[in-house]
Design a binder for this molecule. Structure first.
Ligand code: NDP
Length: 276
């Protein structure tokens, strides 16, 4: 039997609608400052998507666009201003930053109470010791998709392919915090298929089109595809969707799977920052 396709777009829309209802009743609306430095085309697209989503939820879009040649000191100065501005509830610095700016230095300058992207050491530390506060948006969105579908995590064997700081590592930690047994694979993993075939829950966060094929998936497994790869002007995931969907129990599509959840979780984190 073919897998149930998890409609991330519908779940994300429902979350945004729920936030809008709560925000509509507030006198002062939450504010999100997305900081974009330079004109990286992909970053500009992501920032626009975030602006549109803010509008849908009724969150004030306090976007800050700085030129490519802005110095590190100037960006730090802006972060300090935003930290001290009581109209700003959440701060997100769109990555990557231009090469002359130290990303870590900028992220660490954000007030952890406004760290809606969850990349500050304080947020990561809290996640690590299972006191989750601001959780990075894509990993948080993955867990929410599983919860919304009623998929149990406790006691399951979860295999995460990819160990980046923004997806692989935090999602592995979230799964561990929810009592899954977690295996993390990466480019040096000897036999990837041998590991992925053990997965009850398989998360692919690699950036390699169709890396995960049907022979690498256990019958009935839950397959979450985080990858976004542009091939011949189409977006495709890290999972060979057409073949894997015949074997998996659940599968997320690309697009309209994890992507919309990332944005919904950013808005949710902003609302949480406002309430704090
Ligand atoms: P990174 O490039 O930072 O990390 C990729 C990871 O995949 C690394 O850990 C790397 O291993 C591992 N890897 C590379 N090749 C292989 C291989 N052949 N077998 C096993 N593991 C491999 O990527 P990100 O985590 O930032 O993003 C991953 C994908 O998710 C991308 O397509 C990105 O566009 C997408 N993405 C989607 C989001 C969404 O909202 N849907 C949000 C963020 C990302 P090693 O550590 O050894 O190098």
């Amino acid at each position: 039997m073919a897998a149930k396709i998890i409609d991330g777009k519908a779940i994300a829309d429902k979350i945004i609608e729920g936030l809008k209802e709560k925000i509509d009743g507030l006198d002062k609306k939450p504010g999100l400052a997305v900081v974009l430095v330079g004109d990286n085309p992909a970053s500009s697209v992501y920032v626009n998507i975030k602006s549109i989503a803010c509008e849908k939820a009724g969150i004030r879009d306090m976007k800050q666009h700085l030129p490519e040649n802005t110095s590190e000191e100037e960006v730090l100065g802006l972060i300090e201003e935003l930290n001290n501005d009581s109209d700003v509830d959440g701060i997100l610095v769109q990555l990557p930053l231009p090469k002359h700016i130290d990303e870590h230095k900028i992220i660490e300058a954000i007030n952890p109470l406004k760290d809606v992207d969850g990349f500050h050491f304080t947020s990561i530390g809290n996640l690590f010791i299972n006191r989750e506060k601001f959780v990075p948006c894509t990993p948080k969105g993955i867990i929410r998709l599983l919860e919304e579908e009623g998929i149990e995590i406790e006691g399951k064997h979860a295999v995460v392919v990819g160990r980046s700081n923004i997806v692989g590592k935090p999602v592995a930690m979230l799964l561990m915090n929810r009592n899954a047994t977690v295996t993390v694979c990466h480019s040096k993993t000897k036999d990837l298929g041998e590991e992925t075939r053990k997965a009850d829950i398989l998360i692919a966060a690699v950036g390699k089109p169709k890396l995960i094929t049907a022979d690498m998936v256990k019958q009935g497994a839950v397959v979450v595809d985080v990858g976004i790869n542009k091939v011949d002007d189409r977006l495709i995931g890290d999972v060979d969707f057409d073949d894997v969907k015949e074997k998996a129990g659940y599968i997320t599509p690309v697009p309209k799977g994890v992507g919309p959840m990332t944005v919904a979780m950013l808005l949710e984190n902003t609302f949480e920052a406002y309430n704090k």
